[in-house]
Write a protein that binds this ligand. Sequence first.
Ligand SMILES: Nc1ncnc2c1ncn2[C@@H]1O[C@H](COP(=O)(O)OP(=O)(O)OP(=O)(O)O)[C@@H](O)[C@H]1O
Length: 321
Amino acid sequence: MTVETDALGILDRHPEAGRIRSRRMNKGVATLIVDASGLRDADRSKLERELHDAASAIEGVDEVRIAMTASQPHRTLIAVGSGKGGVGKSTVAANLAIALARSGKKVGLVDADVYGPSQPTLLGSDTKPTAEDDRLIPVEAQGLKFLSLGHLVSPGHALAWRGPMATGALAKLVDADWGDAEVLVVDLPPGTGDVQLSLIQKSRPDGAIIVSTPQDLSLIDATRAIDLFRKMNVPVLGIVENMAGYICPHCGEGSDPFGSGGAEAASKEIGVPFLGRLPLSAAVRAASDAGRPPAAGDGPEAKAFADLAATISEALERVRR
Ligand SMILES: Nc1ncnc2c1ncn2[C@@H]1O[C@H](COP(=O)(O)OP(=O)(O)OP(=O)(O)O)[C@@H](O)[C@H]1O
């Protein structure tokens, strides 16, 4: 280090000095390379400003040049779809995101359900996101960052978005300031129409999971959803069977109101992995409606979602290889 460069040592007093990867001073020009990985846009600008001011105050410095670099983590996007509504797609998306976060990943959740964005209710959060330079800053809840299409309209207003409007709104959510999130779980609207098609095109998921109930009709629709993802060259990670089997909370006897094993058999037939089964449970419904996602607790449902998250992480590793 030259004597001139030595003068920049005073920058070590900055609490984020560990991010300074290189410093050089030549003929009155101080040049810093700073690692901004994982910082939100606002914190990155603040750090740049503070280092600029600190370096400018050093005797002999006439000009300060700062290069902020960021090794942006590759953000994996998982789309959660279903052939039809009401099968528990949003419930699975929310709890899967929480289970992934509990496994140590940094997770974001995008509620792209144009027909009925329900994630604010499921996550028990009515906080509104803010924006900076026209970029949304996700809300934090249940150990996740999340944004919902519902955040973009006033409460009680119906969402009548179609094609370009829906994709434009989704782009705003996906391109938000997700900071260091490594995984984005996207809760798509149910069905296989043009809106879904353009949302998949726009968000370009790394993998998709399909939620279905065990009965035949739901599975026929699930097959359509799988075809849609395949047509778009999105790897289908597999089918999750939801509302499979019911244990009576009074007598403890098990029954299968929607049939049993249908999704597992169908997934074999279609040639996609079977990712797991979540029981129909009054506790799941009550907790979800009350904004207490079961995956955040420590009951048997939390274990079921943790297992599902582990299976999906493995499936993602396989498609990435
Ligand atoms: N495993 C389960 N056991 C009991 N209730 C469940 C289960 N999964 C979901 N539900 C309940 O079913 C209802 C529908 O769930 P959810 O909103 O997640 O479905 P969806 O497929 O996302 O529907 P849509 O896309 O039409 O909004 C909710 O009341 C939810 O609490």
